[in-house]
Design a protein around this ligand. Sequence first.
Ligand code: ADP
Ligand code: MG
Length: 248
Amino acid sequence: MSIVVRLDHLTKQYLKAPRPAVSNMSFEIPEGAVFGLLGPNGAGKSTTVMMLCGLMRPDSGTVSVLGLDMQEHGAEVRKKIGVAPQEIALFPTLTAHENLVYFGRMYGLKKDEIKRQIEKYLSVFNLREKAHKQVGTFSGGMKKRLNLIAALLHQPRLVILDEPTAGVDVQSRNMILDFLTDLKAEGTSIIYSSHVLEEAERICTHLGIIDEGTVLQTGTRGHVMAQHPDCQNLEQLFLKLTGKNIRD
Ligand SMILES: Nc1ncnc2c1ncn2[C@@H]1O[C@H](COP(=O)(O)OP(=O)(O)O)[C@@H](O)[C@H]1O
Ligand SMILES: [Mg+2]
């Protein structure tokens, strides 16, 4: 089985920060995995995701995605992957449809393909009736679903989602998780950053549990759980590894 993502001794410290947000982080993700990047607030999930998709340069270490080094081939890789960042990346004064056309063009899709994909996904995510409404008027759940569609239009082999269900209602969350289950069945590799452990239990095949910028445990979900026979579920394991102090 081939590897879709390889992080090798990745380190990143923000200007004036007292310590690195990501410190000497290494892990691999096999093709077809749903990899749960799990950690409490401030653990370094978003920083890792931004380096993974080439939006941020590491201080040291390397990132390889789909077999290509991000430092050298970042632009090429970004066309092949889909990214839904934690902070919604949509234009609020454009309509849902206009936003998606923009992303479709950015990925270099042909006009009729853009049209076909937009129709398909607006329907999948129950947004057809809102197609021609300004995104600024949307609820949090609607924006999250649209953000996700923008990452999927070009049928990427690897999809990277940073807290895709944060702030959405139960129905939207359920719809997103069902959709990701189907996407996984089609063989798409998924990186799913979250701190919601029931969601990870529902969809993830592999886990990377991180805190304070370092990897605490990684591997298949079965392997990770087997290391801790005293833990009945992922929440217990997560608390065991990351401690019980409150993070804001
Ligand atoms: N732009 C920034 N400047 C300084 N520190 C930052 C910045 N973004 C994040 N951090 C800090 O880096 C650490 C990791 O943040 P982040 O990657 O956003 O974690 P997570 O996504 O897991 O919540 C935190 O301590 C956070 O406060
Ligand atoms: Mg984050």
